[in-house]
Design a binder for this molecule. Structure first.
Ligand code: GTP
Ligand code: ZN
Length: 359
């Protein structure tokens, strides 16, 4: 008999549950072969319990492995055999670059070549999308399997994480703003229950013509604190001002703090910048790409709101290309150059030199 509806969690829902598990320090079962935990949230007790199961593997991204001079046999990641005497401090020091300059020689690290890298890759993607440090520890799955743990197929997990997220509108209401009295805030929720994103509609933009649009990525430090280290706060204000002045526009406020690495990791990146690394180097030392944002989200929300053509406020040509390749026509790139200060001059210069931003 066909089940009329499913009460159990779908794969995207189980993936989202796995992220919460990793953030709590719980292991996740991958491909019926391994238990994976995030190094960042691992406790001494759980490490001891995992060690009792057999040899442990530490998974790092190729960026982090490169900094530590560990060999990379799996393109984007390195699987490292964990020595028998390695303790939690050893694992943490490898995962977290905070003390790299004081303790430059960590290891020697011996990278594994054989075996399946797919569960390792899924563990890294889960840790990254849970906004934890991209470092995971793998242990063999015991028989019988431990009860109550989230179990995922690693290959399917990678597929779902790379798939486009679908959104549903949740609620919307009028919000008059200093920059524009005719404002409306719309909340969009991903179908897997993960992070919500917002759209601020100003005036009543024509759905047929190109709308003045901005894809703003959350920046707690810049948007809320008025940090001078970046130009986000002034860009947010200027975008709303321009939409107010023209009488119409749409600003997406995407909760992709720190170019997608989350605020905790962004503060780790800032601490590395205080040690002399630039914004791109800092991300790489942590094990991240320089930009971990999924810009398809912006395109999906614009489409949901009924827009297909934009005049895009940005200095980042990658945003223009991404929107175009996801079905939104960018009829014009409108530069947004505000907020230069002595504190962010080097940051903006790095973005121009390394990330293709237009000065
Ligand atoms: N990881 C990291 N993120 C940062 C840093 N400084 C700002 N951010 C984040 O970067 C995002 C803003 O991206 P930017 O690179 O400034 O600009 P953009 O969105 O690519 O391009 P524009 O449309 O021209 O503003 C926000 O999510 C900020 O939180 C940093 O040093 N490290
Ligand atoms: Zn910022």
């Amino acid at each position: 008999m066909q089940t009329p509806f499913a009460l159990g969690p779908s794969l995207p829902e189980r993936i989202n549950r796995a992220r919460a598990d990793l953030r709590m320090g719980l292991p996740v079962i991958l491909s019926d072969t391994v238990l994976a935990v995030a190094v960042e949230t691992l406790s001494v007790e759980r490490l001891a319990a995992l060690r009792a199961l057999g040899p442990l593997t530490l998974v790092l991204t190729s960026w982090r492995a490169e900094t530590l001079k560990a060999r990379v046999y799996d393109d984007d990641l390195a699987r490292i055999a964990v020595p028998e005497d390695a303790d939690l401090a050893w694992l943490r020091a490898i995962a977290d670059p905070a003390d790299d300059l004081m303790v430059p020689m960590k290891g020697p690290l011996s990278s594994l070549r054989d075996g399946d890298a797919i569960p390792a890759r899924a563990a890294i993607q889960l840790a990254k999308t849970a906004q934890l440090l991209p470092a995971a520890l793998l242990a063999p799955l015991p028989r019988p399997r431990p009860e109550g743990l989230t179990a995922l197929d690693a290959a399917q997990t990678l597929q779902v994480i790379s798939d486009e997220t679908t959104f549903a509108p949740v609620s919307a209401a009028r919000v008059p703003m200093r920059a524009a009295e005719k404002g409306r805030l719309h909340i969009f929720r991903p179908d897997d229950g993960s992070e919500e994103h917002y759209a601020i509609e100003i005036g009543s933009p024509d759905r047929e013509g190109p709308v003045l649009a901005r894809l703003h990525s959350a920046c707690f430090t810049g948007d809320v604190l008025g940090s001078l280290k970046c130009d986000c706060g002034p860009q947010l204000d200027a975008a709303l001002q321009q939409m107010g002045a023209e009488g119409a526009g749409v600003l997406l406020y995407l909760n992709q703090e720190g170019r997608g690495i989350g605020l905790a990791n962004k503060m780790r990146a800032y601490a590395l910048q205080d040690q002399g690394f630039d914004t791109v180097e800092a991300n790489h030392r942590l094990g991240f790409e320089d930009d971990e944002r999924d810009f398809r989200i912006g395109a999906a929300i614009l489409r949901k709101l009924g827009f297909s053509k934009v005049r895009l406020l940005t200095n980042n040509p990658a945003k223009v290309n991404m929107l175009q390749s996801h079905g939104i026509a960018v009829t014009e790139r409108v530069p947004l150059k505000v907020g230069l200060s002595q504190h962010n001059a080097a940051y903006l210069a790095t973005k121009a030199a390394k990330s293709g931003h237009l000065l």
